[in-house]
Unconditional design. Sequence first.
Lengths: 385, 281
Amino acid sequence: MIKTNSFTTPPINPNHDACGIAALLNLDGKKVSGVKIKNMIALMKERENGLGGGFAAYGLFPKHKEQYCIQTILDDFEAKELVEEFLKDYTDILEEEKVIVRKDVIKEYPMTWRFFVDVTCKGDPDDIIKDIMMHINTSIRGAFCISGGKNMAVFKGCGWAADIAEFYQLDKIKAYMWSAHSRFPTNTPGWWGGAHPFSVLGHAVVHNGEITSYGTNAEYLKELGYECKLLTDTEVLAYIFDFLTRKSNYPPKIVHQIACMVLSPPYWKDIDRMPPKLKKWATAIRITHRKAMANGPFAIVITTDFPKPTMIGHSDRKKLRPLIAAVSEDESTFYLSSELSSIHLVDQTPNFWQPDPGKPVIASIGEPIIKGTKEPLEGLPIKIK
Amino acid sequence: MTTKKRKITINAEPEGWPMDYRELNKKIRKAIRDGYTHLILQNVKGQRFIGAGIKEPVTIEIFGDAGLDLGVFSEGITAIVHGCSEYLLGNTLNAGELIVYGDSWDVTGMGARGGRIFVMGNGGSRIGIHMKEFKDKKPVIVYGGTVKQYCGEYMAGGMIVVLGLDFGDAIADRKKPVEREDIDPNKVKDIIDEKIVQSDLCGGIHGGTVYIRGDVPDHSLGVYAIKDEFTQEDKEILAPIIERFCELFNVPVDLIWKKKFTKITPVSSRPFGKVYTYTPI
C-alpha cells in the first residue's frame, strides 16, 4: 500500500524565489537561545510562503561533544527501527532520544529522533557518517537524516520559519552559532526534507537563490562519491563545501577562502590584472575545480565546525541576491541577514556593510573577520609546489 | 470646515513588534486622504513599499530602516529616511525626491522615469539600471559614498552622480537616526579613487550620463561606455544638483569641486544595433 502522508518522500507535484536567510555567531563563544534568531527570521515574513523553515545550531550537546549526532525525521516507528538496525551495523549507539516538539503549532508532523553514535567500522569516521547519511536519505523508506555533525543539529520542516522555531522549542536550547532560513520554493517542491539548512557532517548551508549549474555540479559530485537525491539545488553547495574543506588537503587556514573562490571564481579579465602569485592561484583553482563552480543567483550562509567554528556569508559574482553583514558594537556577535532591518531588530549596531559581490565574509571564533574586500584572495599568497 | 491638519506621527511598531507593511501603507494612505501633508513614521523596520504609487505632494519622514521598494511608482512625494533603505529604492520613480541619511544598496532607481534620489552613504550593484528620460523628465541619482559593479547598466537617460565621500567620522552617534544637524561638515572626507566604483560601470549604456568624482580606470568601464571630457557645460548642469546634495547633507560645496569629475557617456544611442540581426520574416 502506498502511504499518502509521508513526510520523508518528496511530493510528486512541485509547488510553485525570495528566501530569507539570517545567521548569528557569537565571536566570544557565548551561547544564546534561539529567540534572537527566530525574531530575525520572523521579521522577513514577506520572504517566505510557509513551505519551509529551518535552523542550524552549534554547541548543543556538551555531554556528547565527541559523538556524531544523527538527527532524523521519521514517518513511523517502523522507519526508526530500520534506521537503528542500519546504524548498529557500522556504529555504536551511545544514546538515542526523541526530540520533544510542541504539538499545537503544526498540524501534521513527523517524528524527530536523534542518535548519538561512535563509528566502529574501519575507515575515516567522517566519510562513514557521510555515507550513512546518504544511505538513510536514499534507501531507507520513511526516514530522512537532516544532520549528522558533532555537537550540532539541524531543525527544519515544512511551515513558516517562526512556527518551526516554536515547534522545535528553540527558545529552550542554547547555541553559540545559529543560522536560519525561511523558504519560498519556486523550482523545487516544498517538503520536510527539502527545507534548508542542508547539512552534511558539521556543515550547514542556507541558501537564497538558485543554482543553475546544478547538473554539472551534481555530476562532478557523483564522481567524488556524493549522491544528490534531495531534489533541491542547495545540497550541491553543502557537498562541494564538504569536499573542498575536508577532502582536498588545502591548508586549514585558507581552506574557506578557497572554497568560496571555487563557488564564485573571479572572471578571467580580473585574473589577468592580478599580481603574479595570485594569478597563478586563481588560474589553478578555476581549472582544477571547474565543475564545482556555482552558477546562477545565490546568497548563502555556510556554518561549519571544520576546522573550527566558522560562519561564511557568500554571494554570486553579480550579487543577484541580498546579503548584509554586521558586527555588534562590542564586536562580540557577527550577523548575516538578507535585510538590515532584521539585524537592527535584535541589535542597533552601527557597524554593518554589504559584502562585495562574489567575495566572502568569514568570521571564526577568536579571529578577526575576513571581509574579502581589500584583497580578493586575502590569505592566499602561498607557494605552489 | 475643520482646521487644516498637517502633521501626523505614525508608530510602525505599536505593540513591540514591527507592523505589517500592508497595515502601515493603509495608515499612510488614510492619513493622506484625511489631508495630512507631513507624515512622520517612527520605528520603521523594513516595511516594504512605503509611499507606493502616491501622487499627492506629501512629505514622508521615516525614522528607522525603510524596506524594499521605497517610493515605488510614486509621483511627487518627498521621502526622507533617517536610517538606511534596503534594495530597490525609487523603483520606477516618476517624480519627487527621495532622501536617505544612510546607505541604500542594490538596484536603486530601477527604470526611473523622473524624480531625484539622494543617498548619503554607499550603494550596491546595478544602481540606476534601465533608467530613462523624456523631454523635461530626467531622473537623477546622487550617491555620497561609493557604488559597486554595474552602476548605470543599460541606462537610457537621466544622470547618476557618485561623489566618493566618507561620512564615517562626520556623524558622532551613528546609533540614532541621522539628521542633517548631526553631520559635521569639517569631518567629511574623500574616499580613494579605486574604491568609488567597481567593474562594469555603465555596461550597455545608451543614453544619459554618469559623473564620478575621481578618476575611473579603463578596466572598470563596461561595454559601450566611454570616458568623455568634463566641460564647463557639465559643471553648470551639475551645480544645482551638487548644491542640493550639500544642503541636504551639510557638506561644504567647495569640498566637492576640489576633486575632478569623470564623465561617462554611451558610445552611441544604439550600441547593440549591430549585435542583433533583424528577425527574418
